[in-house]
Design a protein around this ligand. Structure first.
Ligand SMILES: [Zn+2]
Length: 327
């Protein structure tokens, strides 16, 4: 296991990759609980954090490609493009557009609900500064982890209370999963099961691999760059491991979009609450050019950046196929 004091950029985790020699695709990866814990932590990342991390990964990969590296350029599917526009719109807000600078910080660097646990991960993709203090209103006991705020009741926040004793989390043997010696199988579509030969063989046969000579195993160390690519392809591909790990070596050029990406585009107007929005629509193209809306609607759209990925998946759960417009 890598040391906690070692910088995140230099830490790596060993994984065994089982890949199909003919299609050059990852069939499954055998990894320890440290790798699986990092994958599970993706669910705790707010959308604003994911947008920031993916944008940085795309820039890094594009730079290395122009330097002669053959890495495949990550795709820019419509879903990420729109969220990126939303993120940049918040970045471009002037001080006159928001109540205070903290409003922008809350959206651009939203708090991870599991930040104390994630800080214990060997590879933690969330680089948001963790909260160390909580600020309580002197009048109504509302609290915030952001400093220099005036409460909605008009009173200033009290002296900060240190979070050290309550915020620290004791972790023994795994962050989300139990046991340091645990081993897991992670399939290309990120289905994860405890590693066992008994359960693995039927799954391989089910996937059409009755002849194991088609498969080859290699061992590779996974670092932060690979983990960030897995995060990005988790949102944009049905084959995130093949794209992120085999990358430039993969013979497979297409990058099928997953149902998650499709569902987010299609469910924008569903909900019990109604907000009045004036839209300008192109008759010839039959699409909305722009919408004119009040602050409630804009607040709602901006607040999407603070929702953790796991909550989004839960909100969309079970209805993905209904709203899938590409498959
Ligand atoms: Zn108050």
């Amino acid at each position: 296991m890598a040391s906690q004091s070692q910088p995140q950029e230099t830490k790596t985790l060993p994984i065994k990759i089982l890949f199909d020699k003919q299609t050059n695709k990852v069939v499954a990866v055998e990894a320890t609980n440290d790798f699986v814990d990092t994958l599970f932590s993706f669910l705790s990342l707010p959308l604003g954090t994911i947008t920031r991390l993916v944008a940085a990964t795309t820039t890094t990969t594009a730079t290395s490609s122009s330097d002669g590296n053959n890495d495949q350029q990550p795709p820019e599917p419509p879903f990420l493009n729109s969220i990126n526009n939303l993120y940049q719109s918040v970045q471009n807000l002037s001080p006159n557009d928001v109540w205070n600078p903290v409003c922008k910080q809350m959206l651009l660097r939203p708090r991870n609900p599991c930040e104390a646990l994630c800080s214990k991960l060997v590879l933690n993709v969330d680089d948001t500064e963790p909260a160390t203090k909580v600020y309580v209103c002197a009048s109504c006991d509302k609290f915030t982890t952001f400093p220099n705020l005036v409460c909605t009741c008009g009173k200033p926040v009290r002296e900060p209370k240190n979070l050290d004793s309550e915020g620290s989390v004791e972790v023994k043997g795994g962050v989300f999963v139990k046991g340091t010696e645990s081993s897991f199988l992670v399939f290309d579509d990120l289905k994860i099961v405890p590693s066992s030969f008994v359960s693995f063989m039927p799954l391989l046969v089910q996937m059409g691999y009755s002849d194991l000579t088609q498969l080859e195993e290699i061992t590779q160390n996974i670092g932060m760059q690979e983990i960030l690519k897995i995060l990005m392809y988790t949102l944009t591909s049905r084959e995130p491991l093949t794209n992120a790990i085999l990358g430039s070596d993969s013979k497979k050029k297409d990058n099928p979009q997953n149902l998650f990406a499709s569902a987010v585009r299609a469910r924008a107007n569903i909900g019990d609450s109604k907000m009045d929005v004036k839209v300008v629509r192109s008759k010839s193209q039959n699409k909305i050019i722009f919408a004119e809306a009040n602050a409630d609607f804009v607040d709602f759209i901006f607040s999407l950046l603070t929702i953790p990925l796991g909550s989004i998946v839960k909100l969309l759960g079970g209805e993905w196929s209904i709203f899938c417009w590409m498959c």
